[in-house]
Write a protein that binds this ligand. Structure first.
Ligand code: GLP
Length: 240
């Protein structure tokens, strides 16, 4: 785990965009895209580079990490709609090469397996972008998740549902179940870039970087990964 301390959230975004840019310029890349608020400034920086510097994603394929069970892709808070809005629709990544789990699939468990197989069929993920939950989750792998799990259906914790309620309309129920790449799936990515900003993440960052590798902090499994870069602002690094 290579930990980089940045002065600000803006610097974290630029550093993440630099790593993605380097990989995309090397040739056709399979990118793993995270949703959530943290990577949004990095996506904006990549969109700027696409528009102003000709950075092209035409040869790339993208897989998202997770999806809410029950939300159709047209729902504004589905992670497919989110990643299209935040990133993919603003660059030249062909939309047919954006792969996402179907939240409204009639059989979510079968959908999880299909999604896992589609990642394998694409040759695996070259570069995975990750955020970090306040409880140490990555993707939607909540504390207690198996460290070797593959894409599966999971229940969301009360805390994660509360954290994410800000994205939903007032009175709208945050889904209780999700489809998520497992910790084993995520760990199979050849390169991982995890971003964390703000004091709300400081404890999870400490547990991830300095704690024992344990399902109590799912992100701690990244200590085993041979090529992970952790980008932190000062607040997120405060407890290291
Ligand atoms: C969400 C997502 C994760 C994300 C994390 C942090 O629940 N499933 O993929 O990384 O929580 O979100 P944020 O970046 O908004 O703090």
């Amino acid at each position: 785990m290579h930990v980089i301390l940045c002065d600000s959230a803006a610097e974290v975004a630029v550093a993440a965009a630099d790593l993605v840019t380097r990989r995309v310029r090397r040739g056709p890349a399979v990118l793993g895209l995270a949703t959530g608020g943290t990577p949004q400034p990095a996506y904006r920086e990549l969109i700027r580079r696409h528009r102003e510097e000709g950075l092209s994603f035409a040869g790339a394929t993208a897989f998202t990490l997770d999806e809410y069970v029950g939300l159709a892709s047209e729902h504004t808070q589905s992670y497919r709609a989110t990643i299209l809005r935040d990133f993919v629709s603003h660059v030249d990544l062909p939309v047919e090469r954006l792969r996402t789990p179907r939240g409204d699939a009639p059989d979510p468990a079968a959908e999880a397996q299909r999604y896992e197989e589609s990642i394998t069929a694409a040759g695996g993920v070259d570069l995975q972008i990750l955020g970090l939950g306040t409880n140490g989750h990555i993707g939607f792998n909540e504390p207690g998740s198996s460290l070797s799990s593959r894409t599966t259906v999971r229940a969301l914790t009360r805390q994660t549902r509360a954290d994410n309620s800000r994205f939903f309309n007032h009175g709208e129920e945050v889904p209780r179940l999700c489809l998520t790449q497992g910790l084993g799936t995520i760990s199979a990515a050849r390169e991982i870039v995890l971003l964390a900003v703000g004091s709300g993440k400081a404890r999870a960052v400490r547990d991830m970087v300095e704690g024992p590798v344990s399902a109590r902090c799912p992100a701690s499994v990244l200590q085993f990964h041979p090529h992970t870069t952790v980008l932190l602002d000062r607040e997120a690094a405060a407890e290291l």
